[in-house]
Design a protein around this ligand. Structure first.
Ligand SMILES: *[C@@H]1O[C@H](CO)[C@@H](O)[C@H](O)[C@H]1NC(C)=O
Ligand SMILES: *[C@@H]1O[C@H](CO)[C@@H](O)[C@H](O)[C@H]1NC(C)=O
Length: 156
């Protein structure tokens, strides 16, 4: 009996632990940013960018998205356009992030509803700036790829 109880007590945290995403890399899965990884832009650390795997940051995801490398949170801007600027900030102003399988979403109960689209716009030969997309408009003047989604590398 004591053995069974011990087994149960040990098993519960493991089950709970499995439900919480550990620090994860986040990457895009479609050209022109196939397997680019989420991270701060080296030339302006408040810009949320997709870039090389070698400089990838790791994130805790659940309500907020926080980099475990820099402790900064990914927040959605209040742009009037359908695409919204994402920035890294010291405090979390966006609390509606979630995961649907391996896919980064804003949750149904968030002020954006369930959304999973992003826009990536080229910053230079290695980095693309990421915007959150609530409709179809894209920033003008640059090379942008609409309807990108962001994913964990695996569900593992
Ligand atoms: C860095 O990027 C942020 C977010 O796009 C912008 O508001 C800020 O002006 C930029 N800073 C510089 C020095 O360019
Ligand atoms: C971020 O943290 C992870 C895990 O500690 C580490 O492997 C990775 O090199 C770090 N990335 C950067 C850009 O420092």
């Amino acid at each position: 009996m004591a053995t069974l109880l011990t087994t149960l007590l040990l098993a519960v945290p493991m089950v709970l632990g499995a439900a919480v995403a550990k620090p994860e890399q986040i990457r895009s899965d479609q050209d022109p940013v196939f397997h680019y990884y989420l991270q701060a832009y080296p030339k302006n650390a408040s810009i949320v960018a997709l870039g090389p795997a070698a400089s990838s940051e790791y994130f805790n995801i659940g309500g907020t998205i926080q980099s475990t490398n820099t402790s900064m949170y990914i927040n959605i801007g209040s742009d009037s356009t359908s695409y919204k600027t994402l920035t890294f900030g010291k405090t979390a102003t966006t609390t509606g992030w979630g995961l649907e399988g391996d896919t980064i979403i804003t949750t149904t109960s968030s002020s954006y509803g369930r959304q999973l689209n992003f826009v990536a716009c080229e910053l230079d030969s290695q980095y693309w700036q990421v915007y959150f997309q609530t409709g179809s408009a894209t920033p003008s003047g640059g090379t942008c790829s609409n309807y990108q989604s962001l994913h964990l590398p695996c569900l593992c």
